[in-house]
Design a protein. Structure first.
Length: 610
């Protein structure tokens, strides 16, 4: 067992990866990574070199102020499509990148308009690009089609709502459209590309998710993930000939994603089982299903089939190391790692695996959480612990290398972490998820109080040395904890968290405002209850030293949310530190800023807890 202490920079010396697309010949993949200090587009050979090692990746863009978020190969293989925003403002623009020699050419130049790309935006012949944008109305996303030959764009589907494109049919005549009702409700439309005629395929009442995946290669229908008449998401097939909806698998956990082989012979999907991803493959001919074993335990993302081989590509994010890119040969069972994300030189035995626990809360429910205990405690000493609260709130804490190694650094310095999935979290059924709707700062605050009590009951925890930390909703929850449960906390860090639910709901982007009443509340009709639930209303109660981090360009939780909290704390003479990142938005993308933010967060807890 290692007893050495390592520097924060060693834990955070990681490359983050995102998105994944195979070249049409199956020899390359493209992705985005922050290897240069900013998210850029890269490509890399799929197969290992003659020495059994991954071949060197090739950088294709050199963004410094913008952040690339997608990397998608065109059907002809000549170019890669990406989208990028500036300083985190989330007004993504579309760009094309020549696949052979790189560089970036803009396809859209509307800095006040948001553009979004689906999983596969190219038509099968590569002549059309489907995307979504709010150029017509800032309150609505429309499905757009761009002709590559002329550069002209037209609206394919619009309405009083948010519509984004899904997958193209194999013959290119149809495009699936997704209407986003809210986090738990969506519809699928079948759109005839030439005429624009569309048909609703999923009429329903109440909140039901319908999320389309890929088409079957024969064009008979498409795969989808849905919680239709279920508590959890299952995997189904929609057959167009008779408009039938047929379940393939309905586990008592959420199916997260699926992929189909180019010949339709295999379907792969991943299931979120208590936070951990499990990979399954079904042979179409026999119907036989097998679970793929032997992969690293963690969280999978970006599941993709090679277009030319029985290969699956995907990322696996683990709690003891950053996400890595893997290839899996389904015929041989062999898998290999393409990426090299961790650069810190820390031995594996210094890292801590979490324990999946459940603690009781006020209404008899059991709250799932990941508990990280430091490996070595001095004899007779108890450890401080930080309660980590995820954002969303309709999201999930999962066993990954969270916050660029922030957890593992705290553990190395003798501070434990409890990362909770309180009511409102995804992954535990839609009834559990709905409990947070219009109840921010309500029953979930009692879940946090019971988390503190649970920690105080452990014989290795210092009961007077608890910290609390979170971003976005987690920042709001952190502020709620220190203002409404001040007796539990010795230090706190809020990252881009709303402090006033009235001003927050008024200031969100226009295309989000339609959701605020169902998610949080109406700033006019529900003003009194929103103020009652707002941390700013209880600022006088704060006792814990508080660090606040904010992106100046945050479109979701604007800087005024942090400004007003800091101003009142300073007026009261309380201990508060405030760091504003002028070139970031809701979450940080520049490597230097990520390091600065979480180094400051770690130092804050070391100062006040250790």
């Amino acid at each position: 067992m290692s007893e050495a202490q390592y520097e924060f920079e060693q834990f955070s010396a990681v490359r983050n990866y995102g998105d994944l697309s195979f070249s049409p010949d199956g020899q390359w993949v493209t992705y985005v990574t922050n290897a240069t200090g900013q998210l850029n587009v890269w490509k890399q050979p799929v197969h290992l070199g003659s020495d059994g090692r991954p071949s060197a990746p090739v950088q294709l863009t050199n963004l410094t102020e913008n952040s690339a978020r997608r990397a998608i190969w065109s059907p002809g293989g000549e170019m890669i499509l990406t989208m990028a925003d500036k300083h985190g403002n989330e007004n993504f623009q579309l760009y094309q990148v020549p696949a052979d020699n790189g560089w970036l050419y803009p396809l859209t130049e509307a800095p006040d308009v948001r553009h979004e790309l689906p999983g596969q935006p190219f038509s099968p012949d590569g002549q059309l690009i489907a995307y979504a944008c709010n150029g017509r109305s800032r309150a609505n996303l429309d499905i757009m089609l761009r002709e590559r030959a002329t550069g002209e764009s037209r609206i394919l589907l619009q309405g009083d709502g948010n519509f984004v494109p899904g997958a193209w049919s194999p013959d290119g005549q149809y495009l699936l459209g997704i209407e986003i009702g809210n986090n738990m409700d969506s519809n699928i439309y079948l759109i005839h590309v030439a005429s624009g005629e569309h048909k609703l395929l999923t009429p329903h009442e109440g909140d039901v998710r319908y999320l389309p995946g890929e088409w079957h290669p024969d064009g008979s229908g498409f795969y989808l993930v849905s919680d239709h008449e279920r508590e959890f998401n299952g995997l189904a097939f929609y057959r167009l000939a008779d408009n039938s909806f047929n379940w393939l698998v309905t586990p008592d956990w959420d199916v997260e994603a699926s992929a189909i082989s180019p010949d339709g012979g295999m379907v792969a999907w991943q299931v979120n089982e208590d936070g951990y991803s499990r990979l399954y493959v079904r042979e179409a001919a026999s119907g036989a299903v097998k679970q793929i074993m032997g992969l690293p335990a963690g969280v999978m993302a970006n599941l993709r089939f090679s277009p030319t081989e029985p290969l699956l590509g995907f990322y696996v994010h683990r709690p003891v190391g950053p996400g890595e890119l893997y290839m899996l040969n389904l015929e041989t069972g062999q898998h290999w790692q393409l990426s090299q994300a961790f650069l810190g030189g820390i031995p594996a035995e210094a890292m801590v695996e979490p324990e999946l626990i459940r603690y009781p809360t006020h209404d008899g429910r059991e709250i799932p959480a990941f508990l990280f205990k430091p490996k070595r405690l001095p004899p007779g000493k108890r450890a401080p612990v930080v309660l980590s609260i995820h954002g969303g709130p309709e999201s999930q804490e999962r066993p990954a290398y969270s916050y660029n190694g922030f957890y593992q650094f705290l553990l190395n310095r003798g501070i434990g972490v409890l990362a909770t999935n309180v009511r409102g979290s995804t992954g535990y059924g839609k009834s559990y998820q709905k409990l947070i709707h219009r109840d921010w700062g309500g029953a979930e605050l009692k879940d946090f109080e019971h988390a503190a009590r649970y920690l105080q009951s452990l014989d290795w925890v210092a009961p007077d040395k608890l910290g609390v930390f979170g971003g976005s909703f987690g920042g709001f929850a952190t502020l709620s904890c220190v203002t409404r449960l001040p007796q539990y906390w010795a230090a706190a860090v809020d990252i881009v968290g709303p402090s006033n639910l009235v001003t927050f709901t008024k200031a969100v982007p226009e295309f989000w405002k339609r959701y605020m009443k169902a998610w949080v509340g109406d700033p006019e009709e529900d003003r009194d209850i929103l103020l009652e639930r707002s941390p700013i209303s209880y600022v006088n109660n704060i006792e814990a030293p508080l660090l606040i981090l904010q992106g100046a360009n945050d479109p979701r939780v604007v800087q005024a949310e942090s400004d007003q909290m800091v101003a009142q704390l300073e007026q009261l003479g309380r201990e508060v530190d405030y760091i504003v990142f002028e070139d970031e938005g809701h979450g940080f993308t520049k490597t230097s800023n990520i390091h600065k933010a979480f180094r400051a967060t770690a130092d804050w807890f070391l100062k006040h807890l250790a």
